[in-house]
Design a protein around this ligand. Sequence first.
Ligand code: FE2
Length: 456
Amino acid sequence: MLDAEVRPVPPVLRDCGTARVPPRPIDRGRYTSPAFAAREAALLWPRTWQMACRLEDIPEPGDYVVYSVGPLSFLVTRVSPTEVAAHVNACLHRGRMLREADGHATHFRCPFHGFSWNLDGSCRALVNGWDFPHVDLQAFRLPRAHVATWGGFVFLNPAPEPEPFARFLEFLPAHYATRGWDLGARVKAVHVRKHHRCNWKVALEAFIESFHVTETHRSAMTYLGDAMTQYDVWEGCRTTRMISPRGLASPNGPSLSELEVFRAGMRPALGDRADRLDLPPGLSARAALADMRRRALLAEGLDVADVTDCELIDTIQYHVFPNLVLWAGWGSYLVYRFLPGETPDSCTMEVMFLVPVPEGRTVPVAREVTEIGAGESHAAAPQLGGFAAVFDEDMSNLAALQKGLHAMASAGPVTGLVQEARIRHFHACLDAFMAEAGMAEAGMAEAGMAEAEPRA
Ligand SMILES: [Fe+2]
């Protein structure tokens, strides 16, 4: 397909991940057991880099976002025009959470006794300071997580000595240096948080394979080459990718003419009007779909004249360990973030649209998150447009998947060699990460004990 492109193909599209992921079964307890969730709470979230918010969520000094995962909570704060900090969201006096929702502040005043903290985390004022002669004000500062930014995202890592951020990003900066892909130049125009009755990994894994399209998204199989998807796993890397081609009928369905595929591919945008379209002479369904997309984006003032068909219509999607999914190119502007809920049987999936901004225009930032309850349809967030129906189709599996994983009498899911390689790879990375974190933790405990021992 890349060889059929008439425009220059970005090298990253030809860069294939060739690692084979051995077909190991996945223990179902990883999704259902409180002990496994507790292990993640102890070894994964306190140690991994994780996306906390967008820079455009906190444009002005004093703007902050509450980022919580499991028992951890941080105030991701714009301290100054050039500094973002992630303070532990707990008053150093009695431990009350300082803020429970996003907002703007000149300082953080604890609602319990009124101790207050400057934006940089230093102590602004004690209350009845005469009662705290034992507190060293200089040292009485809100602890911070490490913070780094890439692609307009703010990432944080709570570990005292986190892995270098550049190592965490792996090849992402190189791939997203592709012309037009820079996520830092895009703006978060939609932000929805959907509550699901399943483990966060169950939800994540339902979105990093196209295998389920034929059964779950039946109408899309007429124009999506689900079983032709390329799954990229790179040796020694945690980040994976898939590229699902559009403008081809699924090989799992009846064979369709190019005209039928073209009309089916335009149906999500045009509805029944798609049936009156004709295929421009000499164009494949794929080229015609890309042409429609290219024209629409050019009309919006976006510079896509030289962009390949692949980047315009295919799903190019990266999974960034552990819980972030980024799309690339111009097909869809989606970002997903998956976070654990209060039990292994619940989670949230956030959907964001990071939209490109035509020159000289501005796009309003969605700083407020639209919440959708576990029993509610995605239609409750009209800003999702046509995606609401697709996400509802995905949702129809999730709670039943979680229940089935509890009920299953076998060891756990069996996955396809190619189409579900990313899922197995994710579990292998999760095991490796937690094993290393566990050893580091044990090492620290040992060092701590050695220190506590009296010296001869
Ligand atoms: Fe899906």
